[in-house]
Structures are given as structure tokens and as C-alpha cells.
Ligand binder design. Structure first.
Ligand code: URP
Ligand code: ZN
Length: 445
């Protein structure tokens, strides 16, 4: 559905800092005017009475078409986009992971081509996985010529894409000098690899040993180490998928000391605990992700951290696998591909467990689902409903209820970690770049 002008009437516009009753005029791909009683002959009119109008969701952390030892992840850029739109997400940030020896710039261009079929806005975090004589220059080129604002590194996975601390420090310092942000997967690799092999050698092969081999201390130690580097080098850092109370406490402390330490968490850590691993293989394997699901006190601490602003963003770490792919680890939990889908459910889970449960206000909901991400990753024109901003927005029905199920989800995997959960709140209409891409239960893409 393409019209050059759209008027959204009777909107209750929610931005990060205020709520306003007004109409919105969209011309082309921009928000042209916000005012009372707008009229524009020939414009397509949508009535948003009784609904919220919020900035299009920005998912800070997705892995579409990610090559893994189990093959490509189940969602590519097309199916991932469909699912994102369905749930009210209009922009995603995916990853560029080069091969060893490959230039970061070449890997970036290749990944951009792979994402060309996407129906949502796609941005990238770029991952230096080694330090060569060319890395600093390539990082500089990506920032200056391609507008990259963030680099992602892994303190875990040292036998593949993870880096040692010497490299981490070089990346942090180089990114800082370039005005870019380093985002980090924080887990202590040494103890994790040791425990994984130890459990396996003792015949402990079930998914249950996945969380046991990735203790909360492993995350907290890495977060603490990262915070030391951030403070010493005076550079900003961002920890992805923070899952533990211990990690949150360190981040909160460092933020109080003036360290620019941003934190992201994911809907799955706000929803589940590690009890889900005590189940038959197919069920338990769905939840094998890194970091793993944690204890109730961790979940409570994450909610508190959303409320007090310690955590700024919600990314899904969408990394979906089919049951067949997960079955690769049926005799050895180390071979279960890590990750789960969620890009479709981010807003409705946060709305249900957060806003409808009175843990979060609507303005906090907007901060966490779009505004903060746009600010932190400097996504120009995103994250606000204001004149001159991109016309990426969502009409959000706070009353609509449904039960999440693999039977009707848009994601491509034949499993869903949120199966059976009843959610309230739904993206009724989704507009990307001035184009209606979802309306009244139909996709127009
Ligand atoms: O289990 C996960 N999260 N898989 C995706 C890769 C990562 O660590 O983010
Ligand atoms: Zn991830």
C-alpha cells in the first residue's frame, strides 16, 4: 500500500519524554507535520482513536541468515523482516562477522548485499575478530565512509570469533578515537570451555548442562573486566544481552562512577528462568542460548534495571534454529546451536510484562524499544515521532490479546520459546518510510 500522503487522526503520540494528542501528516517518507485537525485532500486517512502511536521499534541485536556449524539460522532477512514488522519493529541491527583474514570493509559490503531483500531498515555492528596491521584503518574507513557507529567483539567463543584482551583493548581504544561504540559479548571463555568439556567427559550431555557450564560469575567477571578497560581508556562500552544480577550491579556501580557503560538485555531473560532446562530434549534445547536463562533473582534485577535506567535497550538476540538443527546436540549439549527467535515478540512481551503489569510507563516502553537505541547508535531520523523524522511508526492497540504459537507466528523456525504465552498489546498498523506495511492483520510487502 503506497500513498504519497497519510494522515493518522486522533493519535495519542508517545515519545520518550511526552505524550501528545494530535494528528500526524506523513508526506513521502517523512513526518511532515504534527498538529490538531490536519486535513490534506487526497491523503489516505487512518484513525488511531483509542490507540497509541509510537516510534517504529528498533531491535538492537538480531542474527538473520547467520552462518553457523548447524547451517544458516532459520530466519533470513526476508522472513526475519516479516516477523519484525508483524511485531512492530521497523529497524534491526544485525552483525558483520568477517572470516579470518578477510577485510572488515569487504565483509561489510558482502553482508549489506546479503541483507538487500530486507523489508525493514537494517544497520550493522561490525566485528573485528582479530587484530592485524590493517584493522585500525578498516575501522576508520567503516566509520568515515560507511557510517558505521558500532563495533562488536566477543570475550567468549575464543576458539572461533572471540578475541583476547590485548585485541579487545586495541578495538576499544580505536573505536573510542573514531567516536564509535564498542559493544561486547561478556562471558569468561576460559571457565566456560573448561566446564563444558568437564561435564561432557563425565557423561553429562543434556541441555541442562548448558546453563551449568555458563555460571553467572562468568558474565559478571567479563563485565567487570570490560568496565575496567572502559574506565582506564575513557571510552564508552555497551554490554549486549546482560542476563545476571551480578552483572547489573557492576554496571550500575560503574555508571555511578561516570563510566559510559550502556547495557542491553533481551525479552527472554525478562520472561523465563533456568527451570525451562529441566525438560525433555526438544523442549529444553529451544532455550539453549548464550548467555543462558538465569534465576528468579536475576530476572527481578533486570526488571529493576529497566525501571531505573541502568539498562537502556532491549534487543532480542534473534538467532533462530529449527528443531532439526537443535537436534545436532541431542547426545552432546555442546553441539546444540545456540540461540532462539524473538524479533516478532519483543514489543508485545515488554508491553505485557512491563507496561500492562505496571512495571514500566509508556514513555519507558518507547525509550527501551526505540528511542535509546536511536540515540546510542546514532540512527538519524529514527526513534522519535516529530516533524522531519523518518515516517517509521506503529499504531499500537493496547487491548488486543493473543496467544503466541508456532502455529501462527511469522518467524521461520518450527519452534517458539514463547509458545502458549498470552500477550496483550499488538502492532495494529506499521508504517516504514511512509509506506503502510501492516494494517489490520495483513502485511503489505
Ligand atoms: O545464543 C546466542 N545468543 N546466539 C547468538 C550469538 C550470540 O552470542 O549473540
Ligand atoms: Zn547475539
Amino acid at each position: 500500500m503506497k500513498t504519497s500522503q497519510i494522515i493518522i487522526k486522533n493519535a495519542l503520540i508517545v515519545n520518550y519524554n511526552e505524550e501528545t494528542h494530535a494528528d500526524i501528516l506523513i508526506t513521502g517518507n517523512k513526518i511532515a507535520l504534527i498538529d490538531r485537525n490536519i486535513s490534506a485532500p487526497g491523503a489516505y486517512v487512518i484513525d488511531a482513536g483509542g490507540k497509541y502511536v509510537i516510534p517504529g521499534g528498533i531491535d538492537t541485536h538480531v542474527h538473520f541468515a547467520l552462518p553457523t556449524f548447524a547451517g544458516l539460522t532459520a530466519d533470513d532477512f526476508l522472513t526475519g523482516s516479516h516477523a519484525a514488522i508483524w511485531g512492530g519493529t521497523t529497524s534491526v541491527i544485525d552483525f558483520v562477522t568477517p572470516l579470518h583474514g578477510q577485510s572488515l570493509v569487504q565483509a561489510y559490503l558482502q553482508r549489506q548485499a546479503e541483507a538487500s531483500g530486507a523489508l525493514v531498515n537494517v544497520f550493522f555492528h561490525v566485528s573485528p575478530i582479530e587484530w592485524t596491521e590493517n584493522t585500525a584503518q578498516q575501522m576508520s574507513q567503516l566509520v568515515k565512509d560507511y557510517g558505521v557507529t558500532s563495533f562488536k567483539v566477543y570475550m567468549a567463543y575464543k576458539n572461533s570469533i572471540g578475541i583476547d584482551d590485548k585485541t579487545l583493548i586495541k578495538v576499544l581504544e580505536t573505536a573510542g578515537r573514531l567516536g564509535a561504540l564498542t559493544i561486547v559479548h561478556c562471558e569468561n571463555d576460559e571457565i566456560i570451555e573448561y566446564l563444558r568439556d568437564k561435564y561432557y567427559s563425565q557423561g553429562k550431555t543434556l541441555p541442562l548442562y548448558h546453563p551449568l557450564s555458563r555460571p553467572d560469575e562468568a558474565e559478571a567477571e567479563a563485565i567487570g573486566r570490560l568496565s575496567l578497560y572502559a574506565k582506564s581508556l575513557d571510552v564508552p562500552v555497551y554490554a549486549v544481552h546482560v542476563s545476571t544480577e551480578k552483572g547489573i550491579n557492576i554496571i550500575r556501580q560503574r555508571q555511578a562512577e561516570g563510566v559510559q557503560f550502556f547495557a542491553e538485555t533481551c525479552p527472554q531473560y525478562l520472561t523465563f528462568t533456568d527451570e525451562v532446562y529441566d525438560a525433555p530434549f526438544v523442549e529444553a534445547a529451544k532455550y539453549v542460548m548464550s548467555p543462558p536463562l538465569r534465576k528468579e533473582h536475576d530476572r527481578d534485577a533486570l526488571w529493576e534495571a529497566l525501571g531505573d535506567g541502568t539498562v537502556s535497550t532491549i534487543g532480542t538476540d534473534h538467532c533462530s534454529f529449527t528443531n532439526d538443527q537443535k537436534a545436532m546436540g541431542k547426545d552432546d549439549f555442546r553441539h546444540i546451536p545456540n540461540g532462539a527467535g524473538g524479533v516478532e515478540h519483543r514489543l508485545e512481551i515488554l508491553f505485557t510484562l512491563g507496561v500492562a503489569s505496571r512495571k514500566l510507563t509508556m514513555q519507558q516502553f518507547v525509550q527501551l524499544t526505540s528511542y535509546n537505541a536511536a540515540q546510542i547508535f546514532r540512527l538519524k531520523g529514527k526513534g522519535m515521532i516529530a516533524q522531519g523524522y523518518d515516517a517509521d511508526l506503529v499504531i499500537w492497540d493496547p487491548e488486543q490479546k493473543h496467544t503466541i504459537s508456532v502455529e501462527n507466528h511469522k518467524m521461520n523456525a518450527d519452534n517458539n520459546i514463547y509458545e502458549g504465552i498470552e500477550v496483550v498489546g499488538q502492532a495494529e498498523t506499521v508504517i516504514i518510510g511512509g509506506k503502510v506495511v501492516k494494517d489490520q492483520g495483513q502485511l503489505f510487502v
